[in-house]
Design a protein around this ligand. Structure first.
Ligand SMILES: Cc1ncc(COP(=O)(O)O)c(C=O)c1O
Length: 477
């Protein structure tokens, strides 16, 4: 009889996988953050053709251990500071493993009662943890990119007179150009949403920012007025709390006023920083976000939940439902449940992501999570203080959360040469192995970026980073 592998083989493999996971997570900090391999090496080390016959899981796990595990970029490494952390914690990893075993598709309450209800519950928990009012309801998507796409689809749908859901946009001379606004620091996922929704990239207005990389509301007001005068219809503003390059915070209260005046949908992208709102003393950064129509933040960025897990909150769930709900006959159940998660977005099949998030929140408790976020802020301030104290370096942006932007500016080196010097420095630092940082461009200057947020990061890792930066810069001089 064909069928799955024998139960005993599965059990043996899972025991070994449990050891592999615990050994990997426990020892990841002893590795270089990036594997020392060149493009194509992994593929060259694997058979080009699929196996004709079954192989024992034992030998597949041997190959995993030999060829796959050592050749990933180690996002769980405490020296991984290049991008927002995405560290999976123990409770989150266990949750993810169990999700795979259950393999439920949380499209309908009927098909996955516990998955549906746990998703609603953890979203309510997190809403309370970050201090949002109880009229916000959340659900979980894979990424902030998709959450933002759904929010902008709802903003587009809110233009009820245009009936875009039914009639679309193409070929309709009576439909004005629909404009969306965000700052020049907003994430590229907003651009992609414009393209995917047929709103058109050219209709995204990137508004200028101030010296601290925050959207300038007076420029936003000007842009909206100019567009109205030119016959465009402003439909949404995306404000960012915690931008990608510097974690700057747009002035949400002033933006919310403009949105109210122009009846535009306010979407808040707090993909990285949203998790920090669980610390009450950081809430001033989030002032006004409770006035939004929708908010996204990603527990997979800074709440120690394995990729992927992005929460989208909306003030009125019916706005998502009326944008997306479409129930083919085979999915009609007649249940009294008021939520079928498939109604809230594009996808039908949905992973059971709430389980790992529930385990993370329970496994650390709210206080444990707050403690870790506060420690990351402390480490970021420490690194910033070392940079400020060293005349060969400069801090390039304020540090409201746990990201530090800086550059090397040694005495006697011309401004025009600093970009190249810093590009060489980052290459040398990353080649050394124990830390991995990234760069960005601020005001046309090449700037280094250290994102602190891994659950295993300690002061020693920050010291190691600073030592690498100083020693490598000295070697380049
Ligand atoms: C502010 C912000 N928004 C959106 C995103 C996109 O996140 P995701 O990878 O979940 O789509 C990022 C990624 O770093 C981000 O920093």
């Amino acid at each position: 009889m064909p069928g799955d592998i024998p139960d005993e083989e599965l059990r043996r493999a899972l025991h070994r996988a449990a050891d592999l996971i615990a050994d990997y997570v426990g020892g990841v900090g002893d590795r270089a953050v990036l594997p020392p391999i060149a493009p194509g090496e992994v593929i060259a080390s694997l058979p080009a053709r699929p196996p004709k016959t079954a192989e024992p899981l034992e030998s597949i796990l041997d190959d995993y251990e030999r060829l796959i595990e050592p050749n990933v970029g180690h996002w769980n490494h405490p020296g991984f500071m290049a991008y927002f952390a995405i560290s999976g914690s123990g409770p989150g990893i266990v949750g993810e493993a169990l999700t795979a075993a259950l393999n439920v598709n949380a499209m309908l309450w009927r098909s996955a009662p516990a998955a549906t209800e746990l998703e609603l519950l953890v979203c309510d928990w997190l809403r309370e943890m970050v201090g949002l009012p109880s009229d916000f309801r959340g659900h979980i998507n894979d990424t902030a990119s998709i959450s933002t796409l759904l929010a902008l689809a709802a903003a587009r749908h809110a233009q009820t007179d245009l009936d875009i859901r039914r009639l679309g946009l193409a070929g309709r001379a009576e439909v004005p150009r629909l404009a969306v606004y965000c700052s020049d620091q907003a994430h590229s996922s907003v651009d992609k949403a414009m393209m995917a929704l047929g709103l058109g990239h050219d209709n995204l207005r990137r508004i200028g920012t101030d010296a601290e990389f925050r959207m300038r509301p007076e420029l936003l007001a000007e842009a909206i007025e100019g567009d109205l005068a030119a016959g465009l219809r402003p439909i949404s503003v995306v404000a960012t709390v915690g931008t990608t390059s510097t974690t700057s915070v747009d002035p949400v209260p002033a933006i919310a006023d403009l949105c109210r005046e122009h009846r535009s949908w306010l979407h808040i992208d707090a993909a990285y920083a949203g998790s920090a709102a669980i610390c009450p003393e950081l809430r001033p950064h989030f002032a006004g976000w409770e006035r939004a129509d929708s908010i996204v933040f990603n527990p997979h960025k800074w709440l120690f939940t394995p990729l992927d897990c992005s929460l989208l909150y909306v003030r009125d769930l019916d706005q998502l439902r009326s944008t997306f709900s479409l129930v083919p006959e085979y999915l009609k159940t007649g249940d009294s449940a008021d939520i079928n998660l498939m109604d809230l977005g594009v996808q039908l099949g949905r992973r059971f992501r709430a389980l790992k998030l529930w385990m993370v929140i329970r496994g650390f408790g709210v206080e444990g999570l707050q403690e870790r976020i506060r420690e990351h802020l402390r480490l970021a301030r420490k690194l910033a203080s070392w940079i400020e104290a060293d005349p060969s370096f400069e801090l390039c942006a304020p540090v409201p959360f746990s990201l530090v932007c800086f550059r090397w500016c040694p005495a006697g080196v011309e401004e025009s040469e600093l970009d190249v010097s810093n590009a060489r420095l980052i290459e040398a630092v990353n080649a050394r192995g124990p830390v991995f940082i990234s760069h960005t461009e601020l005001d046309g200057r090449y700037v280094l970026r250290a994102a602190i947020g891994n659950i295993r990061v300690t002061e020693e890792h920050i010291r190691r980073l600073w030592r690498s930066v100083r020693e490598e810069s000295a070697a380049l001089e």
